[in-house]
Design a protein around this ligand. Structure first.
Ligand code: DGJ
Length: 746
């Protein structure tokens, strides 16, 4: 994946250096924070990328290694950059190579920190020392070619800087130009080198099913922290995202370096501080059980690794990531379509779907303003529970005797579009597909095939499996008027073998599987350009910049409890835009934990992301339906700001905080939306004054209360400065209360 092509305005030769000035596609409302252009400057043996508020520079040292020079706030164009000179080693025991801040290292010459690339040759040689060969700039991408000092292993590093955010994309292509196959045992996109310091705190996201995106912090100290997935997919135990802040940085202030990996298979990000206080962040394929056989002439492209920095604290770091996703990563970037309000049948019906029941739900959904009706699991094969049917993507004739057409026609007649659930990478042993092709699953010959949710993982790396899955989905989309698929993935890998290929090629499955998933998504999007796709994996198990490049939205968690969601969403938005963060209003008491909350509270929680409804609407009262209709109409009026605006996390719900608040501001600062929540009142304290952020201090904003009550003296019109400094007093008492207020520039 690369940034979409930017147009080259002109190239100039200046005193033997080459400077390319490229005009960015994202020269929009961010004008205040960047100049809308990216600069790549190749001066002798120093390479410099400038964009927005960032300068990134590295060069070739006297040994031929690629050495980091600077990654920080933007410098003046004519500022002198230090010549890269390898620092002297301090002692024999650590070897001089270990103190050089290299951009990309092969494992060789006594390297002890995390290498970027490790290769085994057929003769047993495992020493790899990469030195600079050449550079070029094409389509806004700086390519640096490196080669082993003796053998023809050639690595092309790619660098690209996003004009809007200053976020740099890195990836590497490893090419085997020798005459024999080699095994690549570790390959990263590259290593980010932070300014030398012992003043850092690492923030990362970790979780589990129904508890995704918990925020953790730990000091960066000598040693290594590894964030990873070994499970074949992105996973929810760690998110492929990191942030390293100065110890004094907080949500609103201070320096933060951050990044995210675009890969939906097993991945690793290693954050390491060596004895010389050098902090390195290396990310790419997970080296555990990795061994990619690279034939002569073949190449392996690593995932892309994106990273940026800011002086504006964690909040600004998140907003930069959000902007990158909206303008560069998502399939509809730079102008993703606002997410429609959807209804999903899962929590209402489970597997018990049929024509009449779905139509009854659709009619209720349409009456409250839902725009997309999605039928979840249970419509195909012999799928009455999770024990059977996966893999057989034909409509169940008992549940839908006339096919899907009557339901889809009714949904259309009600003014909604139609979406459907699939889980294409899986198969139940009790399915026609498995009975016909038991060899199509990941397995190791003679070993048990461990089940997860009664299912196995199809080996998508196999060309025949890839073809089957593509054909099944293509047929479904070609034969039915389907606008949306929810692409689910409900178990992690076990026995990741591929017996049909020679033993030394079997581990290629870690890469080829994911590439084929991406390939199917790409082909489907190409053939059915109007179909939108959601990435779901038992909740938020497959949320990463790789899958987000090919899907329009993601499902953050199976936990739809509106209070738990506040915390899950707080973690989610550290790394990802609320524009893709689906959030359903479900029934009370919550099926997750039995907690009861008002319908208004549940709506307000979900309205901070991309709103959906997942309740059993046939049981809602007339008053519930009226409340839902009102709040859905309100949501439609604010969704552009919520989904595509700038998010300010005013008060985090983390750590059991009694109150929390978020605010979204439209890019032109004309509109803002405030959501405030009270978990539980204690000792009669009033709700703390909420002070907004990100408004134009000189503009005047009119306030409108969508839900809740304000203190009597609250003005209805005041300046941005007033709302940001005096703030707003909200009257909230009791438990699980919510307030929503809009601010519109006059
Ligand atoms: C897991 C998903 O996260 C749920 O939303 C639902 O689609 C089920 N799978 C269906 O089996």
């Amino acid at each position: 994946m690369k940034f979409p092509r930017a147009c080259v305005r002109h190239g100039l030769a200046i005193l033997g250096t080459m400077a390319l000035i490229v005009c960015g596609a994202m020269n929009d409302a961010r004008a205040a924070t960047h100049d809308g252009t990216a600069h790549i400057d190749v001066s002798g043996r120093v390479f410099r990328l400038d964009a927005a508020k960032v300068t990134y520079a590295f060069g070739v040292n006297e040994k031929g290694q690629l050495q980091s020079i600077y990654w920080g706030s933007r410098l003046a164009p004519n500022d002198p950059l230090p010549t890269p000179v390898a620092p002297p080693g301090r002692d024999a025991i650590d070897g001089v190579v270990n103190v050089i801040p290299q951009e990309y290292t092969g494992w060789g010459e006594g390297l002890y920190y995390e290498p970027d690339l490790k290769v085994t040759f057929p003769d047993g040689n495992r020493d790899l020392v990469l030195h600079y060969v050449s550079n070029s700039v094409h389509d806004n991408v700086l390519s640096i070619v490196m080669k082993d000092i003796e053998r023809a292993i050639v690595v092309t590093l790619q660098y690209e800087i996003d004009p809007g955010t200053g976020i740099v994309r890195r990836s590497a292509v490893v090419e085997n130009q020798t005459a024999t196959p080699v095994i690549v045992e570790q390959a990263s996109a590259g290593t980010w080198i932070l300014p030398r310091s012992h003043d850092y705190t690492l923030r990362y996201l970790a979780g589990r099913w129904a508890g995704e995106n918990d925020i953790y912090e730990r000091p960066v100290q000598p040693g290594k922290t590894v964030l990873e997935s070994r499970r074949g997919s992105t996973g929810m135990q760690n998110e492929p995202w990191f942030a390293i802040r100065r110890n004094d940085a907080n949500e609103t202030h201070g320096q933060v370096w951050f990044g995210a990996l675009a890969w939906s298979g097993s991945w690793q990000i290693a954050i390491e501080q060596d004895q010389a206080e050098q902090v390195r962040v290396t990310g790419g394929f997970n080296p555990f059980d990795f061994g990619y056989k690279l034939a002569p002439g073949a190449s392996l492209q690593t995932p892309s690794f994106y990273a940026g920095l800011t002086s504006g604290g964690m909040g600004e770091a998140s907003r930069l990531m959000h902007r990158l996703e909206l303008t560069r990563i998502l399939p509809q970037a730079p102008h993703p379509r606002a997410r429609p309000v959807l209804y999903n049948s899962w929590e209402a019906t489970g597997f018990d779907v049929n024509e009449a029941g779905q139509i009854a739900l659709a009619e209720r959904a349409a009456s409250i303003g839902v725009e997309r009706f999605v039928m979840d699991d249970g419509w195909f094969g012999a799928r009455n529970n999770d024990k059977a049917g996966l893999g057989d993507w034909t409509v169940n004739p008992q549940k839908f005797p006339h096919g899907l057409k009557p339901l889809i026609d009714r949904v259309h007649a009600l003014g909604m579009d139609f979406g459907i659930w699939v889980e294409p990478e899986m198969v139940n042993p009790d399915s026609d597909l498995y009975r016909a092709h038991p060899d199509w699953v990941l397995n190791m010959t003679g070993r048990p095939r461990t089940l997860g949710r009664n299912q196995m993982v199809l080996n998508l790396a196999r060309p025949d499996v890839r073809a089957y899955v593509f054909h099944a989905l293509d047929k479904l989309l070609s034969e039915n008027q389907i606008a949306f698929i929810k692409w689910d993935y409900n178990r992690s890998w076990s026995e990741p073998g591929w017996p049909a290929v020679p033993p030394d090629q079997q581990k290629n499955v870690y890469v080829d599987f994911v590439r084929n998933v991406y390939g199917i998504l790409e082909e489907l999007r190409h053939k059915h350009p109007n179909v939108e796709i959601e990435s779901c994996s038992s909740g938020g198990g497959r949320v990463d910049l790789g899958i987000m490049h090919l899907t329009d939205e993601v499902w953050p968690s199976d936990n739809t409890d509106a209070y738990d969601r506040l915390r899950i969403q707080d973690g989610f938005t550290q790394a990802h835009t609320p524009g893709v963060m689906m959030a359903w209003v479900t029934d009370s008491p919550s099926s997750m934990n039995g907690r009861s909350m008002s319908l208004e509270y549940r709506f307000l929680s979900a309205m901070q992301g991309s709103l959906g409804v997942g309740a059993n609407l046939t049981k809602w009262t007339a008053q519930d339906m009226a409340t839902a209709k009102r709040l859905i109409a309100d949501y439609k009026a604010i969704r552009e700001t919520v989904q595509h605006g700038d998010l300010y996390r005013l008060v985090s719900p983390d750590n059991g905080s009694e109150h929390s608040a978020t605010e979204s501001v439209s890019p032109d600062k004309a509109h803002a939306v405030l959501f405030a929540f009270l978990h539980s009142s204690t000792e009669g304290y009033p709700y703390p004054t909420v002070r907004l952020q990100g408004l134009d201090p000189d503009a005047r904003y009119r306030l409108r209360v969508l839900q809740g009550t304000l203190a009597e003296r609250t003005p209805t019109v005041a300046s941005g400065a007033y709302w940001m400094n005096v703030g707003i007093d909200i009257l909230m008492r009791g438990d699980f209360q919510g307030t929503a207020i809009t601010f519109d520039r006059e």
